[in-house]
Write a protein that binds this ligand. Sequence first.
Ligand code: SIN
Ligand code: FE2
Length: 203
Amino acid sequence: MATLQNGIKHLPGYLDRVAQEHLVEVIRQIVAEAPLYVPVMPGTGKPMSVRMTNCGSLGWVTDKAQGYRYQPIHPVTEKPWPAMPTELLELWKKLAGYPKPPEACLVNFYADDAKMGLHQDKDENAFEAPVLSISLGNTCLFRVGGLDRKTPTGSFRLSSGDIVLLGGEGRLAFHGVDRIYAGTSTLLKNGGRINLTLRRVNP
Ligand code: SIN
Ligand code: FE2
């Protein structure tokens, strides 16, 4: 386990292949119930390249008019998000060091040409809880900075099965995904990358 700047933790290869395949199956069932949708930036309405859905009692969403927020229903189907699977609750229990369970799991799907700009995860009210991030599928180049945009950033690769914890001082570190490396994993039949982030929203 590597401890990076600001106490961000990277656990390479934490999930073995069998566990990764199982999680992909679990995510497929979630997506069947709560389809991936195209999130857009607040204000500009510019579509993001990542497709999103959620599971848990709350989900992170964004749209042109109301911006970034958590809500209990899918923005397109208007149905409650699917329940948080036990596999994810167990991972949180083992790794998060926070007494309450996560309320939201944001499911990000990156096609091989998708990316995510540098941002902070700050729409939660519980910064004492870490954000627990799981990578599945193709490798990405993950960028991490400090607590403001001026702090120099560094980057490293996240491979399928890796876990990252944004906790402690690093909870509010700027981070983003510069690029996906096509053909680096056989986990997802059609390529791309799935990222799951478990979040505690209310203290
Ligand atoms: C995110 O910050 O929501 C996604 C991070 C990642 O895809 O690894
Ligand atoms: Fe994030």
